[in-house]
Design a protein around this ligand. Structure first.
Ligand code: EPU
Length: 338
């Protein structure tokens, strides 16, 4: 185990922000993780996974633990289902492709989401009608204070929209080391209801889609709208879609009858933050190297050398403008390190 000093974190965050870690260690085994947590010289740590939901605005002065635990295995199997266990450092899309190769269904709608397995439950990643919680069986996490491994089932994780207990009550207390997924071997529950998937399958003239067809459709849709972090720095959706009451929707409809909205439950509705931001005139705008993606206003981008502070300043002016024009507060979904 080697503790390095003054390491640039640019390759470790998908926004491509160039800040430094004063101390940095790559974790490749559970034993190593336990040992590092025991080091008295580094009482504070910063846990880094895939770095895909993260905005770094300054150097990290504590020890950065880069969680790079690897391995994907089937740990239980019946004629219809499998439980797949993936270690936290596995690339998310790599896991999706591995499952598709084995013919396991459940993750196809979540194709091409940047990031690693270990951070997926923290914000209950979701796309195109499916959320992680729909396929989640349990996860194992190491308690930072004791080095003990503890299991969390779905209920214990308290999943919500881009939310879980690891973002709230248990924030910073656990390091997720692996996640178990409950997937189908046959009779896959295909989820094609999301408008863009239906359109894409129709265009390809696919009548009876397979899990592979759905994955391909999702990949095509994502590539057409969302910037590839390998080409342009970004963290996916920067904000959550605000959940509002019916009165708010009706108020906005008076000026904008076309406003898109989705029912969450009988009383609450989600309005796409991307639509609100576009209406405020930010779509495709650029302020130095910090910008708003030209095809999806919910995504902030780093055109090259933007600092975390510049991205944050842009995010705050977007928040203010949306509040001014629509009287709605939009909240970041990205973890901002100030
Ligand atoms: N819209 C606009 N302008 C924009 C962007 C969107 O008018 O610039 C409108 C679209 O026309 C559409 C609606 O907003 O009517 C919804 O757009 P989209 O289908 O792209 O979905 P979203 O609500 O903007 C959410 C997730 C995405 C996920 C997609 C698909 C959040 C915060 N984001 O975006 O997740 O891929 O749905 O399921 O819930 C991510 O979390 O990083 C992410 C990309």
């Amino acid at each position: 185990m080697k503790i390095e000093e003054n390491i640039s974190l640019k390759p470790y965050n998908t926004f491509g922000i160039d800040v430094k870690a004063r101390f940095f260690v790559e974790i490749t085994s559970l034993l190593q993780l336990q040992k590092v947590l025991d080091l008295k010289a580094y009482p504070e740590r910063f846990i880094l996974g895939g770095g895909s939901n993260l905005l770094l605005t300054k150097d990290i002065e504590t020890l950065v633990l880069y969680i790079n635990l690897k391995g994907i295995n089937v740990i239980e199997e019946t004629s219809e289902h499998v439980i797949v266990k993936a270690m936290a450092g596995e690339n998310w899309h790599g896991l999706v492709l591995w499952c598709l190769d084995q013919g396991f269904g459940g993750l196809e709608n979540l194709s091409l989401i940047p990031g690693n397995v270990g951070t997926a439950p923290i914000q209950n990643i979701g796309a195109y009608g499916v959320e992680l919680k729909d396929v989640f069986e349990r996860c194992t996490a190491m308690e930072v204070a004791t080095g003990e491994l503890i299991e969390f089932d779905s209920e214990a994780c308290q999943f919500g929209y881009r939310d879980s207990i690891f973002k709230n009550k248990q924030k910073g207390k656990y390091i997720i080391t692996s996640v178990n997924f409950r997937l189908t071997k046959s009779n896959h529950l295909l989820n094609t209801a999301y408008g863009a998937i239906e359109t894409e399958l129709k265009q390809k003239e696919v009548v009876y889609p397979t899990i592979q067809d759905i994955s391909k459709a999702v990949i095509t849709i994502r590539r057409s709208k969302l910037p590839d972090p390998n080409e342009i720095g970004n963290s996916g959706s920067f904000f959550k879609n605000p959940v509002v009451g019916k009165k708010v929707v009706q108020r906005i409809q008076k000026d904008f009858p076309e406003v898109p909205f989705y029912e969450v439950d009988g009383e609450k509705y989600k309005i796409p933050a991307g639509w609100l931001i576009e209406k405020c005139g930010f779509k495709g705008k650029r302020f130095g190297d910090a910008g708003v993606h030209e095809k999806q206003a919910l995504v902030l981008v780093n055109h090259g050398e933007a600092s975390g502070e510049e991205i944050l300043a842009l995010a705050m002016s977007i928040q203010n403008e949306v509040k001014k024009q629509f009287k709605i507060e939009i909240q970041p979904e990205v973890n901002i390190i100030k």
